[in-house]
Write a protein that binds this ligand. Structure first.
Ligand code: DAH
Length: 338
């Protein structure tokens, strides 16, 4: 009988004997006979390799190793089944501690969002929401972004059936709020925004922003600075400084980009702040008179400040996350760190 026939026979015989064995003891005996010790069946078969030509030896060796793996796996599977059945038969023990289900947690982006909301809530800002499907008027025109103006490119947009689109920023919630409420207004608007950007380390086609708006008689840029300084210190630690750089947004005048002193290196310059000592975290400014006009408020009587920030970006700065796509990959090894 050649080796491959013997292997086939052994496979069959083993299966028969194993299924005939009704106790773990009997199964162990079958297992030992085939798999353990110098006199076991498998060792015997391996011994026969010596009589074969080198080419046959290689094939035979492979076939025998495969057989060995199969037999061991069959024993393991049966033993496991046995264990399960035994567990089943044990009477329940009510004195055992309960099994804790694995606890979930808030997503890191949600945590950052909640922290931002909490700081502004303490400063007296209400939380308001707007729809993710907006119309062009609220997303653009009422915010002083004319149809044909190049600044519209900065808020690249997913268009739906006219006049609908996926909002490209949370600023339209300013418009909705001013149409619904009378000053004094102090609100923040958290939520998802959408832009047709290709996903890379710092872009996703969907991300989160928090918008802020304060409107009243005599609201000043100094108050904006005070509020944002308090925000920066609450969020990133006492002693954090803020820096306002002149900038342009159609819906504010004057406008500023706001940086915070790097909380990683204490503004000395490191890789997190790219050596500058500062990190850009938001855009802000005084509400443009055209925006007031669009919502029927008198720009001669009211002034206001507004700001908007990207939450993923702040979350990445806080935790040193190198790639924004990690937030969407749902890998527990990433998410469980927060
Ligand atoms: N909407 C701007 C953006 O998506 C952010 C922003 C800048 C909001 C300045 C504001 C603001 O309210 O005053 O880039």
């Amino acid at each position: 009988m050649d080796l491959s026939t013997k292997i086939e026979e052994t496979r069959k015989r083993f299966a028969q004997e194993l299924s005939a064995a009704s106790t773990q003891e009997e199964r162990d005996r079958v297992k030992n006979r085939y798999l353990s010790g110098p006199k076991c069946v498998l060792r015997g078969l391996f011994g026969e390799l010596g009589r074969l030509s080198p080419a046959q030896k290689a094939d035979g060796g492979r076939a025998l190793n495969a057989l060995k793996g199969e037999l061991e796996e069959a024993c393991r599977a049966l033993a496991q089944q046995d264990r399960r059945e035994k567990e089943h038969k044990l009477p329940p023990d009510p004195s055992l501690p309960g099994r804790l289900p694995p606890l979930g947690r808030r997503h890191p982006v949600t945590q950052t969002m909640d922290d931002v909301i909490e700081v502004f809530a303490r400063l007296g800002f209400d939380v308001v929401h707007g729809p993710e499907i907006e119309n062009e008027r609220n997303n653009f025109q009422a915010l002083n972004i004319p149809l044909d103006h190049p600044s519209r490119d900065a808020f690249d947009t997913f268009y739906l059936e006219p006049p609908w689109l996926l909002r490209s920023h949370t600023s339209p919630v300013q418009v909705r709020t001013m149409l619904r409420r009378k000053p004094p207004i102090r609100v923040i608007a958290p939520g998802k925004v959408f832009r047709p950007d290709k996903a890379d380390a710092s872009h996703l086609p969907m991300f989160h922003q928090v918008e802020g708006l304060a409107v009243g008689e005599g609201v000043t840029f100094a108050q904006l600075k005070g509020v944002l300084l308090l925000f920066a210190e609450s969020m990133f630690g006492v002693g954090t400084q803020v820096r306002f750089r002149p900038s342009f947004f159609p819906f504010t005048e004057p406008s500023a980009e706001v940086d915070i002193s790097c909380f990683i290196c204490g503004a000395k310059g490191c890789s997190a702040c790219k050596g500058s000592g500062w990190m850009e975290i938001l855009g802000a400014g005084m509400v443009h008179p055209h925006v007031f006009e669009a919502v029927g408020l008198d720009p001669g009587r009211f002034t206001g400040f507004a700001f908007g920030m990207g939450i993923e970006r702040i979350c990445m700065l806080r935790h040193g996350v190198a790639d924004i796509r990690y937030f969407l990959e749902n890998h527990l090894r990433f998410l469980e760190q927060f």
